[in-house]
Design a protein around this ligand. Structure first.
Ligand SMILES: Nc1ncnc2c1ncn2[C@@H]1O[C@H](COP(=O)(O)OP(=O)(O)OP(=O)(O)O)[C@@H](O)[C@H]1O
Length: 259
């Protein structure tokens, strides 16, 4: 039987952030600890976890934006990854069209390929004649739409999606969600960060549950989503009974805080 080789692999990876100074020495905060993960062609992997669990940090590691402080990250071959939800890399004084070229090259596209896709990217992003203006004159929504269009038209091998990052206005969000669904159904590997176990179960075959930078559970998405959901349900039950003990009230208001 032919073994499927991972295109991206993390082995025992940790990531630290600088967090302020203590007696003139930078303090370090652990964002991710002992993370191992294999991404094979076409994998659909969901990453679940509460606020601050380390989900976005993990996506940035996988995108190559951050380097691990320990452990190894291996990439096989010429892998093109696209990160939906980030607009890093735009140069403010260059025009939109020059930024399409620059971002495309940084993503590993050839000049000819970028020229071939330029028209589609401009049309999809709905930037119109502003594409000749410098990026500093764009609104946040225009930059988000352009970044999204470049990412999705680059035909990535790995698509990294931060579900919390909405793109553009209501109409563009609908259009972008349809495009994301199309890409999820394609051969691309997809890593989807979400707070929604139901979504992860529907879209992904594998999942990872992170808390405080560590993996709590990983494997089949249905099983991991169920464990994550149950941990919530029991937390909600505990909080609810504590609230009733506290003031006699039946209210469950504010239980979604911290999700
Ligand atoms: N640039 C940074 N410098 C210092 N600490 C950071 C930085 N970015 C994130 N952190 C910290 O690292 C931890 C993980 O953050 P991260 O953004 O990866 O979490 P998350 O799971 O994506 O959270 P959320 O669901 O709220 O987006 C948090 O404690 C956060 O405060």
């Amino acid at each position: 039987m032919k073994m499927v080789q991972p295109i991206l692999e993390l082995e025992n990876v940790s990531l630290l952030y600088k967090s302020g100074f203590n007696f003139l020495r930078a303090r370090k905060k652990i964002a991710l600890e002992s993370i191992s993960l294999q991404v094979c062609p076409g994998d659909k992997i969901g990453i679940l976890g509460r606020n601050g669990a380390g989900k976005s940090s993990l996506l940035k590691l996988l995108a190559g934006i951050y380097k691990p402080d320990s452990g190894t990250l291996s990439v096989t071959g010429n892998i093109r990854s696209a990160f939906i939800g980030l607009q890093h890399g735009f140069v403010p004084y260059l025009s939109g069209i020059d930024n399409i070229m620059l971002t495309g090259i940084l993503m590993g596209m050839s000049r000819a390929e970028i020229h071939g896709k330029q028209r589609e990217i401009i049309e999809y992003s709905e930037i119109g004649h502003n594409i000749l203006e410098p990026i500093y004159s764009y609104s946040a929504g225009m930059k988000a739409r352009l970044a999204f269009a470049i990412s999705v038209f680059s035909e990535p091998d790995i698509l990294l999606i931060d579900e919390a990052m909405s793109v553009g206005d209501r109409a563009f969000r609908k259009k972008s969600q349809e495009k994301i669904s199309e890409l999820i159904a394609s051969d691309a590997a997809v890593i989807l960060v979400s707070h929604e176990p139901g979504l992860v179960n529907n879209v992904c075959s594998k999942a990872l549950w992170l808390e405080q930078g560590r993996i709590i559970s990983s494997g089949d998405s249905a099983a991991v989503a169920e464990q994550y959901k149950s941990s919530f349900d029991s937390r909600i039950r505990t909080r609810s009974s504590e609230e009733r003990k506290g003031d006699g009230s039946e209210s469950v208001a504010g239980l979604s805080e911290g999700i």
